[in-house]
Design a protein around this ligand. Structure first.
Ligand SMILES: Cc1cc2nc3c(=O)[nH]c(=O)nc-3n(C[C@H](O)[C@H](O)[C@H](O)COP(=O)(O)O)c2cc1C
Length: 191
């Protein structure tokens, strides 16, 4: 199985990366795993220039990490989005990756985009409040459709500023269960 994970926190090694690492550790067997850490890849914001409408399958920006990320978005079997909320929304670096997906959204023939499973891991520093992760869910609505995603799980970690990822038993258990689900899917794919 080809796995792509986006680590969306602007801090390396903090709650988001820990949650993502924990989830990846639940996935057994041999897989190709590509992790894109937003702090380590350069992704320019979408210019909204519409170049990708007449130039199908091409973005006007050709010299940043999206060239590789587009290819992985097209071919992966499992996509993992792990991100904190900043002002209840997705932080700017991961949002840039999502906005650049406009190139794929504008494809008239989307058959090159492989149907894939999606797992979302969302984190918020505050104790849980209604709509803490709502904006993430809303933002991902068209992103999921564009990338032909079937969302198999959305796990939230609240109160991370006081209760670190690895102390949140309930959410860790939810990630474990989701890991089992992914393992079952991967086993079926191999048969
Ligand atoms: C600019 C900024 C805005 C934030 N806004 C929110 C928010 O609206 N709701 C919330 O629950 N936490 C908010 N937080 C807290 C982060 O979601 C929390 O610290 C999270 O654990 C950050 O991920 P990290 O630990 O991987 O860096 C905000 C943090 C920052 C830096």
């Amino acid at each position: 199985m080809e796995i792509v994970a986006i680590m969306g926190s602007h801090r390396n090694g903090h709650n988001t990366e820990k949650a993502l690492d924990f989830f990846l550790s639940q996935i057994k067997g041999k897989h190709e795993v590509n992790i894109f850490n937003v702090n380590k890849v350069r992704v320019e914001p979408c210019k909204a220039c519409d170049y990708c409408i007449p130039h199908q399958g091409e973005c006007v920006i050709k010299d940043d990490a999206m060239t590789e990320i587009y290819k992985k978005f097209e071919t992966c079997d499992l996509l993992i989005i792990a991100s904190p909320v900043y002002f209840s929304a997705l932080p700017s670096k991961i949002k840039a990756i999502i906005d650049r997906t406009q190139m794929l959204y504008n494809l008239k023939d989307k058959s090159i985009i492989k149907p894939k499973k999606l797992v979302v891991i969302a984190l918020g520093g505050a104790p849980h409040y209604p709509r803490q992760f709502q904006a993430i869910d809303n933002t991902l609505e068209w992103y999921k459709k564009t990338l032909s995603c079937d969302e198999i799980g959305f796990v939230g970690f609240s109160h991370t500023d006081d209760v670190g990822t690895m102390k949140n038993k309930k959410s860790l258990e939810a990630l474990e269960a989701l890991g089992d689900k992914v393992n079952t899917i991967a086993n079926k794919m191999e048969k």
